[in-house]
Ligand binder design. Structure first.
Ligand code: ADP
Ligand code: MG
Length: 318
């Protein structure tokens, strides 16, 4: 029986510059096409760290070159651009791979807005450095003119920091669901989604923030009532005592076991921690739901139960 699977692609699925991405998406498309060929309904989400960094830097250079003409590009617009560019490459690679296998299936990217709560405590403590390093003078100017928050980054200069609030809900969820139900492969929530919050009336305002793609993918999987959330990354499994004596790769665990390991500090914040958190949250959100963390090229084996770290309510220790 085919499952509804939300797949979150990590940095290694896309590479870190234009030529790398061209190559990486081909391998990614093969891994995704395997699951579609096996009869699963697939929804893709992805990270955007290097890509949004590149766009943000280019836009900042534009402002620097002609400050009278170009105001700084809002971060939400940079995220939207990154969704468009990454979606374009993924859409093309997957279309080609499916057609090569004789599978007639449409692939489409949805520019996705994700609502955040303006009262989220993350806004009071921005943690994510973005964009180029600046001098103290450049940083001061942006603080005064544009209300940016900046930090001195380990002696290397000043950088803008933005908040990483939790995603609340996906604005385009109905459109995404309709497309999935019509049989399309949908790319959504790229880069964690374009962060927005409600203002007056029906207006949504872009927030100067970035959303973690692992958390956004968890919300996407929940709102689509998916069976499985798969987080594809650069390691085959999550481990306890990672990179230390006593390192142990994890096969299957319950959300409660995952929470215990999280509390013991086994997963690095900003890399493995959000994945295990998102996986545990999804596994807890409904009966029969499971989450899998594994390598891109092991996706098919992972779904078959042969590898990866699986988090589900009643773990079967086999
Ligand atoms: P992605 O781009 O897929 O989100 P990240 O670099 O953010 O990738 O997170 C994956 C990385 O997390 C792995 O490559 C690994 O180096 C690191 N990591 C940190 N803690 C752990 C752990 N406990 N088990 C496995 N990997 C870990
Ligand atoms: Mg990451």
């Amino acid at each position: 029986m085919g499952k509804r699977i939300v797949i979150a692609l990590g940095g290694n699925a896309l590479g870190s510059d234009l030529p790398e991405q061209m190559i990486a998406v081909k391998q990614t498309a093969r891994a995704i096409a395997d699951l579609i060929e096996d009869g699963h309904q697939v929804i893709l989400s992805h990270g955007n760290g290097p890509q949004v960094g590149m766009i943000q830097k280019a836009m900042a250079e534009l402002t620097r070159s002609e400050p009278e003409k170009y105001i700084p590009c809002p971060l939400s617009v940079c995220v939207a651009m990154s969704q468009g560019y990454i979606g374009y490459d993924l859409q093309n690679a997957l279309r080609e791979e499916l057609l090569d296998r004789g599978i007639q299936k449409g692939v489409a990217t949805v520019l996705t807005q994700v609502e955040v709560d303006p009262a989220d405590p993350a806004f009071a403590h921005p943690t994510k450095p973005i964009g180029a390093f600046m001098t103290k003078e450049e940083a001061d100017k942006l603080v005064a003119q544009r209300d940016y928050q900046v930090v001195e980054d380990a002696g290397r200069g000043w950088r803008r920091v933005v908040a990483s609030p939790r995603p609340q809900s996906i604005v385009e969820i109905e459109s995404i669901r309709d497309m999935v139900e019509a049989g399309l492969v949908v790319v959504a929530c790229g880069g964690g989604g374009i962060p927005v919050f409600k203002t007056e009336g029906h207006h949504l305002k872009g927030a100067a923030a970035v959303i973690d793609k692992d958390f956004a993918s968890c919300v996407l999987a929940q709102q689509l009532q998916a069976d499985t959330l798969i987080i594809l990354t650069a390691v085959e499994k999550a481990a306890i005592n990672f990179g230390k004596p006593g390192q142990k790769w994890l096969d299957a665990l319950t959300p409660e076991e995952a929470e215990e390991y999280m509390a013991q500090g086994h997963f690095a914040p900003g890399s493995m921690l959000p994945k295990v958190q998102a996986a545990a949250e999804f596994a807890k959100s409904g009966p029969g739901r499971s989450a899998l963390i594994t390598l891109l090229e092991k996706a098919r084996d992972g779904v078959a139960g042969k590898t990866g770290t699986v988090i589900r309510q009643y773990s079967q220790h086999t």
